[in-house]
Design a binder for this molecule. Structure first.
Ligand code: ADP
Ligand code: MG
Length: 265
């Protein structure tokens, strides 16, 4: 068996002092494509923000391509109640290091700067992820790949983000993730608020991304979208993985909701 690409071991975290998720163990093999499905507000986004180092893990480890991305040191005791420890404590996990390792997280909800143009966002993405300017040839190759996947955003290259539709913004976010040359791409609710037609377009693009060799973690509320793209689905509720379903065993939306909430749902 080959070594896992990503491994989470006993991960817990949240927003101090509220724990949002706990005891998450997960193995993603190289080349895999996995999905997460679960009710709103149960901690999927918080988990992914912790995996990518935006939030600090409370316990557990994040191991990516054989490298532990978090420091092992347990949280130190807090002696003074009114002292801001965050000012002096070294972070246990550095999101820059995560991105540099190739673990790229496209967050939920279009967090692009509205005053930047599409071109500026795409140009800055490889620099931000790698921490250095890519060669012109590498940047051009990445840009061409992104524009071939999303012809719609190639047309809007000089437009500011704030003039784009929700679907176009989502495409720019994913294209920016691709420009970072991901070894694993996390997409958090990419179809949120999109029309069925745009969902199909997006599904085709995401399928092409996976076919080009990029492993995926997909979080979405659209079961059809998910099951057309993934090998395995994790049900996530109350801050825990509650069930694992292989591709062939993923039922329709109603049956999944019944699994999550009981037959009465
Ligand atoms: N920045 C934040 N500060 C405090 N609580 C938050 C923050 N963001 C989300 N939460 C809370 O964390 C819980 C999990 O939210 P989230 O991870 O977004 O769930 P999901 O992605 O599954 O919908 C919710 O109760 C939400 O209100
Ligand atoms: Mg979410």
């Amino acid at each position: 068996m080959s070594a896992p690409l990503l491994e989470l071991r006993g991960l817990s975290g949240g927003y101090e002092p509220i724990r949002i998720f706990e005891g998450v163990d997960l193995v993603v093999e190289p080349g895999a494509s996995i999905g997460f499905f679960g009710p709103n507000g149960h901690g999927k986004t918080t988990l992914m923000k912790t995996v990518s180092g935006v939030l600090e893990p409370w316990t557990g480890d994040v191991i990516f391509a054989g490298e532990r991305l978090n420091r092992a040191a347990p949280r130190r005791g807090r002696r003074w109640r009114n002292f801001n420890y965050d000012l002096v404590t070294r972070r246990r996990m550095d999101p820059k290091r995560v991105a540099r390792a190739g673990l790229i997280h496209v967050p939920q909800g279009n967090l692009l700067f509205p005053e930047m143009t599409v071109e500026e966002v795409l140009d800055i993405a490889p620099l931000a992820a790698a921490g250095r300017v890519p060669t012109r040839a590498a940047a051009r190759a990445l840009r061409e790949q992104a524009e071939a996947l999303f012809p719609r955003i190639a047309e809007r290259r000089l437009s500011k983000i704030r003039f784009l539709s929700g679907g176009e913004r989502q495409m720019v976010s994913i294209a920016a993730g691709l420009m970072a040359a991901p070894k694993l791409l996390i997409l958090d609710e990419p179809t949120l608020g999109l029309s069925p037609k745009l969902r199909r377009e997006l599904a085709d693009a995401v399928r092409a991304i996976h076919a080009s060799g990029v492993p995926l973690i997909l979080i979405d509320q659209d079961v059809g979208f998910l099951s057309s793209l993934i090998d395995r689905l994790y049900l996530f509720d109350h801050g825990r993985i509650s069930r694992r379903l292989e591709r062939g065993d993923i039922p329709d939306h109603g049956a999944l909701m019944a699994m999550l909430f009981g037959e009465a749902a």
